[in-house]
Design a protein around this ligand. Structure first.
Ligand code: FAD
Ligand code: 2HG
Ligand code: ZN
Length: 454
């Protein structure tokens, strides 16, 4: 077996062995996972992906599928010299011929590309987050990405109507029929969504679009206690069907963002727990908000900023969206993406500093996330040399609070050793058998989701 044989099966220029190019694909976005490989392959079509995987399977060559390489759990880089299959050259998007509210996207198309096309028809794509200009549709399907608007539109799984993919033996499966109702056996879009490149390489998908709201209003609230912030989250969700996002962050994170970017302070008083709520619907949102449960808070609370124009909204969103980049400019954090049931969220959040401090007094946790989903992101700087201990203790705490050890970023390599915290032996055995059915030689992302310990 030689890479020359694979090259001969493909058009020229698909296989890149230039180490300067490869380097930019080998390390992950967070800087925590540094890989190496001899080769990055850039297929231009589903048939080419099929040829590559058929050859890799026959020759037992392991590969890592890669989209925008913005994943947060070390799933997209070759830690053991696997070949990288980058889907970036497959990035065509077009409206469906058979359904005006659907888009057909190749796996390498970015979220932004899809959002831009959707807006040409006054429509939107339901998944959005800060890495929109580089995260791809294939990567977001593989991780079942969530983001800022899950509350209204659900995770990626809810947006995919049909999917086409290539299995570990090079077989093309799925379809792009775009039918919401299609109960013909197992539902491949659901199964492949969240499979993190371990079952098949997603090549194309048909995506559902939603009507663009007439008006969007963002309101930033400041609180002194986590309980108050969580209470407002619950009140918004119960009383207001127009809520679209509800993000929680803290003064420590805002200070870090302001240190890295030239942003104004938000307000002068001491309210240091921030809840950024966004509402979208027909025009007149603010009037409707003023008469429901938020009315009293809007009139009496002294830490409230209302943004009704796109410019004002973007200004408020920067304080939240820039957290990830601002933290990574300080160092390589231990990242934990977890879900906690809302009722247990105050206890969780009030305990994190103490847990970290007890394990390593020098550690510095930053916490922010999607409050309505109970999805919190812990970014712990200076956790060395206690990373494993801290990770294990916090994830056990999450499980004890009936939460999930992975909310929206996946298991990847980072959480593979902890899968058994959440999934029992029978489930993990079944997962392995499913992998074997799709990828009998075990060439697709061999160390992702499963570790030798579970
Ligand atoms: P990659 O990082 O390239 O890959 C991720 C995983 O998917 C890997 O296991 C890879 O092998 C697999 N994969 C990639 N493409 C394919 C394919 N075509 N077929 C099969 N498997 C494939 N995530 C959220 O959920 N919500 C957020 O709010 C959010 N915000 C972010 C903000 C920033 C600033 C950054 C840097 C990241 C954020 N992320 C968020 C994480 C990340 O963007 C998502 O996990 C995204 O889905 C990854 O897409 P990608 O194309 O970069 O995939
Ligand atoms: C977000 O919500 C992303 O901003 C990234 O999911 C989270 O940096 C992180 O840990
Ligand atoms: Zn997130």
């Amino acid at each position: 077996m030689s890479i020359e044989e694979l090259k001969s099966l493909l058009e020229s220029g698909r296989v890149n062995e230039d180490q300067d190019v490869i380097r930019t694909y080998s390390d992950d976005w967070t800087g925590r996972y540094k890989g190496f490989t001899s080769t990055v392959i850039f297929p231009h079509s589903t048939d080419e992906v099929a040829k590559i995987l058929s050859w890799c399977s026959t020759n037992q060559v392991s590969i890592v599928p890669q989209g925008g390489n913005t994943g947060m759990v070390g799933g997209s880089v070759p830690l053991n010299g696997e070949l990288i299959i980058s889907l970036r050259k497959m990035d065509n998007v077009s409206f469906s011929n058979t359904n005006k509210n659907q888009i057909v996207a190749e796996a390498g198309a970015t979220l932004l590309k899809i959002q831009n096309l959707a807006s040409e028809r006054g429509l939107i794509y339901g998944v959005d987050f800060a890495a929109r200009d580089s995260a791809t549709i294939g990567g977001t399907i593989a991780t079942n990405a969530g983001g800022l608007n899950v509350l209204r539109y659900g995770t990626t799984r809810r947006q995919i109507i049909s999917v086409e993919a290539v299995t570990g033996t090079g077989k093309i499966i799925g379809n792009l029929n775009g039918l919401e109702k299609d109960n013909t056996g197992y539902h491949l879009p659901s199964l492949l969504c969240g499979s993190e490149g371990t079952l098949a390489i997603v090549t194309r998908a048909k995506l559902q679009l939603w009507p663009e709201p007439e008006e969007t209003v963002a309101i930033l609230f400041g609180f002194n206690t986590i309980e108050d912030a969580v209470n407002l989250t619950e009140a918004c969700m119960t009383a207001n069907t127009e809520i679209i996002a509800c993000e929680l962050f803290f003064q420590k994170g805002v200070d870090l963002v302001r240190e890295s970017y030239d942003l104004q302070p938000l307000w002068d008083n001491k309210n240091s727990i921030y809840l950024l709520c966004e509402f979208a619907g027909d025009s007149g949102i603010f009037d409707r908000l003023s008469v429901n449960v938020l009315g009293k808070i809007l009139q009496t609370h002294d830490s409230v900023l209302v943004a009704t124009t796109d410019r004002e909204r973007q200004r408020l969103w920067q304080y939240r969206e820039l957290h990830t980049v601002a933290v990574s400019q300080k160092g390589i954090p231990l990242k934990l993406d977890v879900t906690i049931p809302l009722g247990n969220l105050p206890h969780f959040l009030n305990s994190i500093d103490t847990i970290c401090d007890n394990i390593n007094p020098l550690s510095s946790p930053y916490v922010f996330g999607h409050a309505a989903d109970g999805n919190m992101h812990l970014n712990i700087l200076q956790s060395e040399p206690n990373v494993a201990e801290m990770e294990e203790e916090i994830l056990k705490f999450v499980v004890s609070l009936e939460g999930s050890i992975s909310a929206e970023h996946g298991i990847g390599r980072a959480k593979a050793p902890y899968l058994h915290f959440q999934r029992n032996e029978d489930e993990i055995r079944l997962f392995r058998e499913m992998k074997k059915a799709f990828d009998p030689e075990g060439i697709l992302n061999p160390e992702v989701i499963f570790s030798t310990g579970n």
